[in-house]
Design a protein around this ligand. Structure first.
Ligand SMILES: [Zn+2]
Length: 328
């Protein structure tokens, strides 16, 4: 940061996901951050986008009133949301079926119509971008010029941050790491609707289970699993087939990450999400896949685990509005 003294600033941050909406007061300072006053509500996405949006407006009204009661001066509202976000207009450009009717939601406009919220500065980015910003600026990416952040959970997402700025692309789509082509995914239905062969449906947590069940079926066996955690559990119990699935999946993901590394040449690559807890076999295969496909200089780039956990999207959303206000 070029400024000699960076004062503490507090923002209301929101993380809007398919199952829950988290909110909290994020104070950013030179030393780090704190998150206080968290309130979570279930998204209840099946009720439709307008219903979700109305309850989010009420959540923001409660939180802003709460801040006032506690004497917290909010500098603005930062939001990380599921879906492809149009940051300029504060709306959701597209969203998947996990949040029906969320596409087109005019989030900024609705919040500004809320009680006492007309004048509060607001900025929204995608949830995966917010996560990446959090890790880049306050987590495992501190001290690095550029960060490639990859989240491997129920799905796979990514974000590229250079000098603290999130790359959004022409349509807000930049960073969709799960939709990078890989032969392993050929014929497997991706969350985006294609069967052309994307990495997400065979390398996310869900993807581990999908790959396991597909290969089991091909082998004429019927010992199916419910989720990725079950595949990992079977591997840890010594099942060779499960170990092979985890290795195959992580190697393929590592190859895709190498491709992204070759494109951006980031200072560091941060991997977060539930699947990173799969253990050393997963990490070893990921790194092997990465090394096999990364250009010689990119092979030196570290693949490290995220540090902020659930704080990352809130901290990133707060960082996004802070940067937006400073640029304005
Ligand atoms: Zn896809």
């Amino acid at each position: 940061m070029a400024n000699a003294v960076v004062p503490e600033e507090t923002y209301l941050a929101l993380d809007i996901g398919g199952t829950k909406v988290n909110s909290g007061f994020v104070t950013l300072s030179e030393e780090g951050y704190t998150v206080t006053g968290q309130e979570r509500i279930p998204t209840m996405a099946q009720r439709g986008g307008q219903d979700v949006l109305l309850r989010i407006v009420h959540l923001v009204e409660r939180q802003v009133a709460q801040a006032k009661t506690q004497g917290i001066e909010l500098k603005g509202i930062g939001i990380g949301s599921a879906g492809v976000v149009d940051s300029e207009h504060g709306l959701i450009a597209t969203a998947t079926d996990t949040m029906p009717g969320w596409a087109g939601a005019r989030v900024a406009e609705a919040i500004h119509l809320g009680r006492g919220l007309a004048d509060i500065p607001l900025y929204m980015v995608g949830d995966v971008g917010a996560h990446g910003l959090g890790e880049a600026l306050r987590g495992a990416g501190v001290g690095y010029d550029s960060v490639l952040s990859i989240g491997v959970g129920t799905g796979i997402g990514g974000a590229y941050i250079q000098h603290g700025k999130l790359l959004t692309g022409e349509h807000g789509v930049a960073g969709h790491a799960g939709h990078i082509p890989h032969g392993l995914g050929k014929g497997v239905l991706c969350s985006c609707g294609t069967t052309a062969g994307h990495i997400e449906p065979v390398a996310s947590g869900t993807g581990l289970a999908t790959l396991y069940n597909l290969r089991k079926e091909q082998a004429g066996q019927d010992s199916f699993v419910e989720n990725g955690a079950e595949v990992v559990a079977r591997m840890n119990e010594g099942e060779e087939f499960a170990r092979m699935i985890v290795t195959t999946s992580a190697t393929a993901l590592g190859e895709c990450i190498a491709g992204m590394g070759n494109l951006f040449d980031p200072s560091v690559i941060i991997i977060s999400g539930s699947v990173v807890k799969a253990g050393p076999q997963w990490w070893d295969a990921l790194r092997a896949g990465f090394l096999s496909s990364a250009l010689p200089l990119v092979q030196k780039t570290q693949l490290v685990q995220g540090e902020l956990g659930d704080d990352a999207p809130l901290v990133g959303a707060a960082s996004a509005i802070q940067r937006h206000l400073r640029e304005a």
